[in-house]
Design a protein around this ligand. Structure first.
Ligand code: VGL
Ligand code: ZN
Length: 217
């Protein structure tokens, strides 16, 4: 069954960066498996618009366990009234691990939204930062960009299925975009199948339409 793609739909490619792939600083389980499929999808030019996000942290970023003496990666700490997972040092600005993945031809992507560049605040969603010290969640400008291009529907893929793709899809729904996730073109940080099933249920609960890229066009 193939779904027709609206001219008002955009493809959102979340954090397809070497640091999130095997061998990288914060590897997703089988993260590299999505690269050929994303490259093929972009080459098919099915979408009127394509945007990418790029995790882009300064050295010493607050989300790094290394910024918190005595803490280990994947521990959670309270930060500004919310839980913050501490991550291995990853996607440091201008390092190869932070690049848009070289296995993909990015030339058809309209804009790249860099996120996580405030040293004090993490940013999972492509739409807005996590909670900052003032309790606010500043916008990244992605929603304005999409609305400015008459987009009302988004297809989200990339990394990680259980973190930044999830938060991006959740915000997309909240902001009123019809939201799909291309499941086969995502991979989770956690290799645990139970966790992955819970993630899948979470998407359903949020009102995200989960499909495989084979259903497109
Ligand atoms: C991500 C953890 C930390 C992601 C980014 O892209 O899913 N996860 N920074
Ligand atoms: Zn990050």
């Amino acid at each position: 069954m193939s779904e027709p793609i609206s001219r008002r739909a955009a493809l959102i490619l979340v954090d397809v960066q070497p640091d999130f792939m095997p061998g990288g600083a914060l590897a997703c389980h089988e993260g590299d498996a999505i690269v050929p499929g994303i490259d093929r999808l972009l080459k098919r030019q099915l979408f009127q618009h394509a945007v990418a996000t790029q995790d882009w942290h300064p050295a010493g970023h607050i989300s790094f366990a290394s910024s918190h003496p005595g803490r280990e990666p994947f521990e959670r700490i309270p930060l500004y009234g919310h839980a913050q997972t501490l991550w291995p040092t990853h996607c440091v600005q201008d390092t190869p691990g932070a690049a848009l993945h070289p296995g993909i031809d990015w030339s058809s992507v309209d804009t790249v939204i860099r996120k996580g560049d405030d040293p004090r605040v993490d940013s999972y969603s492509g739409f807005r930062e996590n909670h900052g010290p003032d309790g606010q969640r500043p916008s990244t400008g992605l929603a304005d960009w999409l609305r400015g291009h008459d987009v009302d529907e988004v297809y989200v893929c990339g990394l990680a299925r259980d973190v930044c793709v999830l938060w991006t899809a959740q915000d997309a729904v909240e902001l009123g975009f019809r939201t799909h996730v291309l499941w086969d073109l995502t991979r989770p940080v956690s290799p645990d199948a139970e966790v992955d099933l819970a993630t899948r249920v979470r998407y359903d609960q949020l009102g995200v339409n989960v499909i495989d890229s084979s259903a497109l066009g």
